[in-house]
Design a protein around this ligand. Sequence first.
Ligand SMILES: *Cc1c(COP(=O)(O)O)cnc(C)c1O
Length: 428
Amino acid sequence: MKGINKSKRLFRKAQGLIPGGVNSPVRAFKAVGGQPLFISHAKGSKIYDVDGNAYIDYVLSWGPMILGHAHPSVVKALKAAIEKGTSYGAPTELEVKLAEMVLKAYPSMDKVRMVNSGTEATMSAIRVARGFTKRDRIIKFEGCYHGHADGLLVKAGSGATTFGVPDSPGVPRSYARNTITLPFNDLKAVKAVVEKDWKNIACIILEPVVGNIGCVLPKRGFLEGLRKITKKYGIVLIFDEVMTGFRVSYGGAQAYYGVEPDMTCLGKVIGGGLPVGAYGGKAEIMSMVSPEGPVYQAGTLSGNPLAMTAGITTLKILSRKGTYERLEQKGLALEEGLKDAAKRAGVKTRFYRAGTMFCTYFTDREVYDYQTAKQADTERFARFFAGMLKRGVNIAPSQFEAGFISLAHTDKDIEKTVRAAYDVMKSL
Ligand SMILES: *Cc1c(COP(=O)(O)O)cnc(C)c1O
């Protein structure tokens, strides 16, 4: 380590100019203490800070960089695209191409609309689901993050049927009232609410694998159960695959678990590192969207040619034969290595993984929802995080974020990571 003086200087300056010094809260390292690194560049599996330190990166811009950073094919395609202009506000062949690729990979979708972020995707999908069903309430799950739209920043009240209260000042109570929040993996709670209130419920939205409280896997039968009950009561089932899409498999969590939703939200990987989101679904639902239907949704930069180019190039590489087998091998190698390191170091952890999305929880108890995730020892995680960073491994600066592996991560990277993890765990 060469120290982080330049990062420190920049952070002090940034705090005077940008709220908290960052443009997205979790970047500020608040959950682990310490101070964020300012990045100068990234390549393959590594990122480099402004002080010249290199780190093996398991954050990967919070998911998008599944090919690794600055992949040569993506860089080349973007360079060629940029020469042709950066935005037209008119349709392009690129949008048709990416839509075609997405629909082919997700047979549950007949049509798809491009937007600029995951937040826009979920916000718009819910609007469409409400327009389609002519119902106002939505069900979400505790710990599932669907971006920062008002009605989605809501936690549960105490009882299962309690109306939501906002998580954030600035979200009107009247918005939150229409959001019912239930524990993930609790099909009974869903049934109880739906059987009583189905006439008012437009949609159930969830992360099929919850990546925003670490990595929480759906219990056997949970997704299938949601599919069954939503079908029975005419409720739109929305899979928010902004993180899991093209990540846990090419066809996302819906292919991985074999459950088809009515609508799907995408983002992160489909933008190949540029700002993109998308939402789509069955034809009769998507025909509600303006200008085909009455539900309004628009975007000045939606379908941006650079973003489409990065997305198309990324998906092309991902769709090559054997790609997800290679990713799975890397995921498995890291899983086995980290579990073994914890065992040898005598540290109680729980490790969960879906493909190349994973989390090590510092707890010896099973994690299957928000409450059980919250039992993890965050103070211990903070020390683990600091130790890993010191040894040149960048993991997310919070116990409640997923880690990601890219195609660029080598066996050597993984070995080095496991060695570092053992050293740090031994010292905990
Ligand atoms: C990241 C994420 C979002 C929000 O996407 P942004 O592009 O940050 O707006 C929504 N849902 C899930 C599941 C996510 O992981």
